[in-house]
Design a protein around this ligand. Sequence first.
Ligand code: ADP
Ligand code: GLC
Length: 474
Amino acid sequence: MRVAVLAAEAVPYSKTGGLGDVAGALPKALRRVGVDSLLITPLYRQTKENLLDHLAIDDLRIDWRGREVSAQVYYSEASGAPTFLIHAPEMFFRDSIYGYREDYERFAFFNHAAIVLLRRVGKPLDIVHLNDWHCGFAAVEIAKLRRYGDGFWRNTRTVFSIHNLAYQGAFGMEELWKLGFGDDFSRNAFAFDGAASAMKAGLADSDMLSTVSRRYGFEIQQAENGYGLDWLLRQRSDRLHGIVNGVDYDVWNPETDPELPAHFSAHDLSGKRECKRALLNKFFLPENLDQPIFASVTRLTAQKGFELIQQAIGEILATGAYFIALGSGAKESEDFLQRLRNHAPNQVGIYIGYNETLAHQIEAGADMFLMPSRFEPCGLNQMYSLRYGTVPIVRAVGGLDDTVGNFDRVSGAGNGFKFDEFRADKFVEKIYEALFNYHEPEVWRRIQGNGMTIDNSWENAARKYVRLYQMTRA
Ligand code: ADP
Ligand code: GLC
């Protein structure tokens, strides 16, 4: 089976969040389970040059907005799978990966270039695996090529994965003409609520749909979480499958992680104490190893429920615990963190910004990880936390609900703490429940062990994708 994965971001080339982790890991995992996979992603200014192996195509000719433009394509295997990076500097060499008025146009170009590239590479594909709204354009283009009886694409099927329905890539319907989607077939796919939606196009025109957890798969079929597209997801529910993301244990493994000052495993946690000491030192916090560290590593957006942390933080600090946060995003949340640190400099450590190394060190050094999301399609940090013996306290939504089980003192089952309603008092209850158990070391080690020994590997998830790919033929 031959599969091309398309994604707007992919580790190690680019990343703003979990999509990058997933797109970087899935093609490699697919290869490990016997699939001939490759990855296509844009080459950004942020992409480290030393990851590129060679210039594969110097002059990829692309019809674009009525004229012919040329792009280059670089080749790399740094992701663990053959990777083609589309180099079109005017589109992708910018200060950030997203956030431009014409993002829809940039990613429409990326999709179109990927399709031209795949044909140029020459071997027909069984599956083109598309991710989030940035790849909705390719779903329509491939469906159209098939309708027109194009021999190269005749046997190709598309799978579209929803990582976050909240971002839809909306733009004006009048733009569709310029992007080559002016025909009725395409317009119908994109049309949504008086505008064009790249997300809707992907959902409408892909052979198979998936999302990154089972629970999120149900949630988005309800009006409250459907962003106006729940009807379409209900209509296509026989095509919609939930597959929880994996963890790339080549990157997130406390036994080998090169970012850590000491290593540890479920059998020997002594290295974790060293990581905790180093983390406290790093943030110039007093070295009181008996006090727990609550941590958060996150994009500061409405999705992540940061206001619950804001409301609960007083209670956390009143117990004497530490709080360490790494994140960037909404200015109000960043300002709040600054004020909090000024207010309690001996208990609070913050880093505003993006820092990969620190993300690893926090996962390793902290005791509890806070993730009270409003919604969470999958969430990766709670799974990283599990592997690093950092007990997650999460809201029971989306992938958080699928991956974290509330600890039960009687049976000894469960790997974290989980609350339902989006309310600070419910969150605080779980924080106290966690603290109560934290102060019984044997019980705590049990909870940690339950999390550390779970197999959330990508190979598991990759096998599920293979079955999904096979189902596109059924
Ligand atoms: P989302 O994709 O919605 O942001 P996920 O939990 O799926 O949520 O993935 C977030 C990923 O981004 C994780 O790998 C996490 O470590 C990383 N991350 C988020 N914020 C930061 C940050 N400020 N610095 C470093 N890594 C971050
Ligand atoms: C999105 C979601 C996150 C998920 C990630 C990877 O960014 O917000 O929950 O883990 O995609 O699928």
